[in-house]
Design a protein around this ligand. Structure first.
Ligand code: NAD
Length: 217
């Protein structure tokens, strides 16, 4: 697979290069804020950078007819709408979390959180101190799957790749559902899975959950 990376000097960008190259895929487009290294037309472009990059990523996708894997968080409605529009012509997979575990938890919450409708519920998310957006995209996904108003508490500390806990409590009980990304590698491995999956799709907007559902359900 010939691939491009947007934000290739970032924490995730570097890992994505490493993980994809280890699998024998070839980096042919490398983009940073004020830099573009072009070698060949990429079949797929991976963007884990910043919301400001999205327009350029979409333009590159259209120009080269490349599939897009979008991991950048903090996208507003206008940017999500741009991805939707682009997905009419090119295949796009967008997710705020490319780990298997979080996507399984999303499935569970969507199906069973109604059992906790009489319980209090709050979310705690903890990330490294360099993370730009707050709350995390994953916490927003979790909130959506709960289908109710919940408070999200965000901690920014140390070098934590991503911890999320959903707490349910009634008068005498407390249930925690927790996920910890032990290493950022899980997201790069997820992006690789997504890229290998989307390469056969012509157009459409997909999420990482679509892949997990297809595999596990
Ligand atoms: P980072 O700050 O280490 O890296 C971001 C890189 O993007 C930097 O090298 C920066 O220079 C570059 N960049 C910024 N603006 C750009 C632009 N306009 N064009 C091209 N490059 C640009 O951040 P990170 O920890 O690697 O995370 C990057 C993004 O990925 C964040 O939005 C983060 O929340 C997200 N993320 C998503 C997942 C997921 O599973 N979806 C997992 C981890 C991180």
């Amino acid at each position: 697979m010939k691939f491009g990376v947007i934000g290739y000097k970032g924490r995730m960008g570097k890992l994505i290069l490493e993980v994809f190259q280890q699998k024998g895929h070839q980096a042919v487009l490398l983009v940073e804020k004020d830099e573009e290294k072009f070698y060949e037309k990429p079949e797929v472009i991976i963007d884990f950078s910043a919301p400001e990059a999205i327009e350029n990523t979409i333009n590159l996708g259209k120009k080269f007819n490349s599939k897009l894997v979008i991991g950048t968080t903090g996208l507003n409605k206008q940017k999500i709408d741009l991805l939707k529009e682009a997905s009419q012509n090119i295949a796009v997979i967008q997710s705020y979390n490319f780990s298997i575990g979080i996507n399984i938890i999303l499935e569970i919450l969507e199906k069973y959180s109604k059992l906790f409708s009489a319980w209090d519920c709050e979310i705690i998310e903890t990330h490294h101190s360099m993370k730009k957006d707050k709350p995390s995209g994953t916490a927003l996904l979790l909130k959506k799957s709960l289908n109710r108003e919940v408070l999200i508490h965000s901690l920014r500390i140390g070098n934590i790749p991503g911890d999320h806990t959903i707490l349910f409590s009634n008068d005498g009980e407390l249930i925690n559902i927790s996920h910890r990304a032990i290493s950022r590698n899980v997201f790069a491995i997820g992006a690789l899975k997504a890229a290998e999956w989307i390469i056969t799709k012509k157009s459409g907007l997909f999420t990482f959950r679509d892949i997990i559902k297809e595999e596990l359900l």
